[in-house]
Design a protein around this ligand. Structure first.
Ligand code: PLP
Length: 454
């Protein structure tokens, strides 16, 4: 794709304005240097200095159809000309059509959509629905999870970013989901790990009191925690436990949904139907903020004759819904979900396993579709993470050196704790994958130097 003509002076002006007035997420404001970005197209974006980056991050695992998809850009322009906004209480064509397109793709009878502006709000509302539906106060979630940063969502989140905000709010109960690579003292096979995790969940429910648990919420494939593909039988087992105790089963597909795993929803791979699905990101590739909750017939019926006590001014925003209609239709017309599936299975997976064999810093490769992570270790035997677990999420030396080497090679990586995730758009081509993995392969040399073997 064409890179805009370099204009370093414009880049400096953007940098100065940003530093003067923008307060950034998850950051010590004085320690960051945000890159001024001039534009993007397809799998690439570029800065003002003439550097182009292959986007192996999809902008927080979000732009599943890549940057500036022409059909979606045109749909947003048309929608803006026709109707920019309308309050959530009205029936609007694109609001209804986007809901139909999502409902058509969700498993089972999850046929009603509550629209939000993003993932955390979807989680807030799914939790509220589960509590009102069951009349119970607690929600269970895994330690290795991220569910967003609003009040309920951050308490349910299990990973260390919760700690700074955790006031010990009543009702959030954490447990360990399956993760064989880091449970190797307790389980040898995926089947054993699945059984171990299910027994642990059931025991935790018993001690919390089954009659107090409104919901179990899981990321179908935990993403931010390192792309933890669940072992055989685990999700079906959770479904069965939830049914036995009358607990609402919520799958959070904010990151895993809409093609990321090579299926419309990750749940499709595992043959499970939850009661609620939260989604955002890929539903419209984040072109306009949008998320939602897909609701089963039974839970929707709870609010047939009784008001649902929740809502947002921008719920079902026409610009956002118009972009979702165009995104989902483009994904269907262009075989984008199938591309994610085949490129993951035939190109990314085999190449990452081959790379892992040659680098002592790569402890494990996990993933499916365009949703992969490399778990980097200091020692392959002990599996000691390459960097210590770090509550701020800030990259320290080895990971920072690895990320810098990627960027010098024209690759924008997604680095988190001791992992690098390979999460390009679902539209990525084989040639682009190969270009990116060649840079990643070389950059791993910087990580190898910090291992016991290096
Ligand atoms: N749930 C999951 C699984 C996520 O990965 C995220 C964000 O990465 C969220 C919820 C929060 O979404 P948002 O940042 O749109 O509020």
């Amino acid at each position: 794709p064409a890179v805009s003509v370099p204009d370093p002076a414009a880049g400096q002006a953007v940098r100065a304005a940003d530093r003067a007035h923008v307060f950034h997420s998850w950051s010590a404001q004085g320690l960051i240097e945000p890159l001024p970005v001039a534009g993007g197209e397809g799998s690439y974006f570029w800065d003002y200095d003439g550097n182009r980056y292959l986007d192996f991050s999809s902008q927080l695992v979000n732009t599943n159809i890549g940057h500036q998809h022409p059909k979606v850009v045109a749909a947003i322009q048309e929608q803006a000309a026709r109707m920019c906004t309308m309050a959530p209480g009205f029936a609007v064509d694109v609001r209804a059509e986007a809901a139909r397109l999502v409902a058509e793709r969700t498993p089972g009878d999850l046929d009603k959509i509550f629209w939000t502006n993003g993932g955390a709000e979807a989680v807030e509302n799914a939790v509220r629905m589960a509590k009102l539906h069951t009349g119970r106060p607690k929600v269970m979630s895994t330690y290795r999870s991220y569910h967003g940063h609003t009040a309920a969502a951050i308490h349910i989140t299990g990973e260390p970013r919760r700690w700074a905000n955790d006031t010990g709010a009543a009702g959030a109960v954490h447990f360990f989901g399956p993760h064989l690579y880091r449970s190797h003292f307790y389980a040898e096979t995926q089947e054993q790990e699945s059984a171990r995790a299910l027994a642990h969940l059931e025991q935790t429910i018993a001690y919390e009191g089954p009659g107090t648990i409104a919901a179990v919420i899981l990321e179908t494939v935990p993403g931010t925690a390192g792309v933890l593909v669940p072992p055989p039988g685990y999700l079906a087992g959770v479904r069965e436990i939830c049914d036995r105790y009358g607990i609402v089963f919520i799958l959070d597909e904010v990151m895993a949904g809409f093609g990321r795993t090579g299926a419309w929803f990750a749940a499709d791979h595992f043959g499970v139907t939850p009661d609620l699905i939260t989604f955002a990101k890929g539903v419209n590739s984040g072109y306009v903020p949008l998320g939602g909750v897909a609701i089963s017939a039974e839970i929707a019926a709870t609010f047939d004759q009784r008001p649902y006590p929740g809502g947002l001014t921008y719920s079902g925003h026409p610009l956002a819904c118009g972009s979702a209609v165009a995104t989902i239709n483009a994904m269907a017309e262009e075989g984008i979900v199938a591309n994610a599936a085949q490129i993951g299975e035939n190109v990314i997976g085999p190449a990452l396993r081959e790379i892992a064999d040659r680098h002592p810093s790569v402890g494990e490769v996990r993933g499916m579709g365009v949703f992969w992570a490399l778990d980097l270790v200091r020692d392959e035997e002990t599996r000691e993470p390459l960097v210590p677990y770090n509550a701020t999420g800030a990259a320290n030396a080895p990971m920072a050196e690895f990320a810098a080497a990627c960027k010098r090679g024209g690759l924008w990586p997604f680095v988190n704790m001791n992992r690098t995730h390979v999460v390009p758009p679902c539209t990525i081509s084989e040639a682009e994958v190969k270009e990116g993995l060649a840079v990643l392969d070389e950059a791993l040399g910087a990580a190898d130097a910090h291992t016991t073997a290096g």
